[in-house]
Write a protein that binds this ligand. Structure first.
Ligand SMILES: [Zn+2]
Length: 533
């Protein structure tokens, strides 16, 4: 059982609980969230003196300003009297075979009362301890505040009644979001510091707790009213639960009706930082060389084979216009190091090639024949052709039960040549693609914005960016304030596919014979989808 703000009314609460037990049978324990104490702690005296008994093991969190009311009990948790325990500030404990996470305190944005604030360092510690692939989540999470972002992915009807989004923003705390996202609770119970309401959110599916996770547990969130409130807000919630440690894993992943997407994605894998004293943002790894990215060529001498003749025209044109620069470029068809055996198809401005070391055997690159560094530098006519390529490829992959993800990483290295990567994934994954880019993006602090369709990209962004076109035709883009790993796009897809090892293109490189075979198959398959240029 779980109870909202007790506010010292222990006698009435236990009376009510005993009534429930007498009709419904025993409960393993009682948890209390929100404000446990009244103005004083004198209501505890008869229990401490053994004049009254606590009928079942009872555990509570509290507001930090009530610390002094704990009396002799350690602020990090301890027993008040037989069967009554203060859980402490934050942590995870095994209680009655259940794994229980808890986070006391509430956030004071005014900074007037520091003692009631969260301990960011300790909470970071709790989150760090669960970051491993054996962690399945906690059975129960107890908090005094709602996670910020909790109402994301909900329709208006599913949001709490009578609370505006503005008010809601006031009582959501980011630190609780980070704790919740990381702990993936099956049941999350909270009070609300400002509005004392009962609210049950539609269940939501959790995000991946570790890279490449394929199955996602379900979370249910309940906000409980104040104990014995006169507004008829429910404050006591009784339920039965098999511990996560012994549950059938498949049962954990069953998706109930009305389950929404993960609302706290922004907070997953983000280390909590105190809002007022944000530390210098952590630098991303700059040590990675450009060869961690996706490149088509390698150091081997090109073998022009029989394809050479076929593409000579384009090659000559490219050479005329781009001159010496092209000689050193892997992507310029006029370059001496260009690998013709990777070419699937060619049009007026672009060619289509298989990616060397592709994520799968249909990972492709769309690249301009001439040397252009990015989408934003293309002349309008070339851009129009690029759109045709993408639409044709979408149709081609759709015929195979797949959807295409297109992405471009524009962080100019010297002599950068535009290549848009095209990765087909199974159609059933299509709703998780955006999420995967967002999750991986949070790790390198990317701020995604939707691209306005019909407005040239160059008018929407300048400088470096990462761009993605999703299967529904929508596009998202993030400005790159600093370098991110060149394998970022691959990482997002590799993580989506549950194969993080696919991030490294070098480990995916196939022998040339295989590359030729893949190219031939794609030429054959794509032929009928090739538009006329
Ligand atoms: Zn080039």
């Amino acid at each position: 059982m779980v109870c909202g703000d007790v506010k010292g009314q222990l006698d009435q609460l236990f009376e009510r609980v005993e009534g429930i037990i007498s009709t419904k049978g025993n409960f393993a324990c009682l948890f209390c969230v929100g404000k446990f104490f009244d103005e004083s702690n004198s209501f505890l005296t008869p229990y401490k003196n053994a004049l009254k008994k606590v009928p079942l093991p009872t555990y509570f969190i509290s507001l930090a300003q009530d610390e002094e009311l704990l009396g002799d009990v350690d602020v990090n948790g301890g027993q008040i009297c037989p069967n009554l325990f203060y859980l402490g500030k934050q942590g995870i404990q095994e209680i009655q075979n259940l794994t229980v996470g808890y986070i006391s305190a509430i956030y004071d944005s005014t900074k007037k009362n520091r003692t009631m604030d969260y301990n960011y360092e300790e909470i970071r510690g709790v989150i760090d301890r669960v970051k491993h692939s054996h962690f399945k989540g906690v059975d129960i999470l107890l908090s005094n505040e709602w996670p910020k972002g909790l109402l994301n992915s909900l329709s208006d009807e599913a949001c709490p009644k009578g609370i505006s989004m503005l008010e809601y923003d006031d009582f959501g705390a980011e630190i609780v979001s980070q704790m919740t996202a990381s702990l993936a609770p099956r049941y999350h119970f909270s009070s609300t510091p400002t509005k004392k309401i009962f609210y049950e959110r539609q269940p939501y599916r959790n995000g991946p707790q570790f890279p490449g996770q394929r199955k996602f547990s379900i979370s249910r969130f309940f906000s409980l009213g104040e104990a014995f409130n006169n507004k008829k807000q429910r404050f006591l919630y009784a339920f039965s639960l098999d511990p996560i440690t012994t549950s059938d894993p498949e049962q954990l992943y069953q998706v109930p009706p009305h389950t929404t997407e993960f609302p706290l994605i922004k907070y997953l894998w983000v280390a909590p930082e105190e809002p007022a004293t944000k530390k210098q943002k952590t630098e991303v790894d700059l040590s990675k060389s450009r060869f961690d990215g996706q490149f088509m060529g390698d150091e081997r001498k090109p073998n022009y084979a029989q394809n050479r003749k076929r593409f000579t025209d384009n090659r000559e044109t490219a050479k005329l216009t781009t001159g010496a620069r092209a000689e050193q470029c892997w992507f310029c068809m006029a370059s001496a190091v260009f690998e013709y055996h990777l070419i699937v198809s060619v049009a007026k401005h672009f060619y289509l090639a298989i990616a060397k070391g592709g994520i799968n055997d249909s990972h492709l690159l769309i690249s301009p024949i001439k040397h252009f560094p990015s989408q934003t530098t293309l002349p309008p006519e070339a851009y129009e052709e690029l759109v045709k390529w993408m639409e044709s490829l979408e149709k081609f992959f759709m015929s195979r039960g797949e959807v295409a993800v297109f992405f471009e990483h524009n962080y100019p290295v010297s002599n950068q040549h535009l290549h848009i990567q095209v990765v087909p994934v199974e159609a059933r994954e299509k709703n998780r693609i955006r999420e995967s880019f967002v999750i991986e993006g949070t790790r390198v602090k990317l701020d995604w914005v939707p691209v306005k369709l019909g407005v040239p990209l160059v008018k929407q962004i300048d400088g470096s960016y990462f761009w993605v076109r999703l299967p529904d035709g929508s596009q998202i883009i993030a400005r790159l304030e600093k370098k991110i790993p060149f394998s970022f796009g691959r990482r997002a897809i590799a993580s989506l596919l549950g194969h993080p090892e696919l991030e490294d293109w070098k480990s995916c490189v196939q022998p040339k014979q295989e590359e030729e075979k893949m190219t031939m198959q794609l030429r054959e398959g794509f032929k009928q989808y090739q538009f006329k240029s």
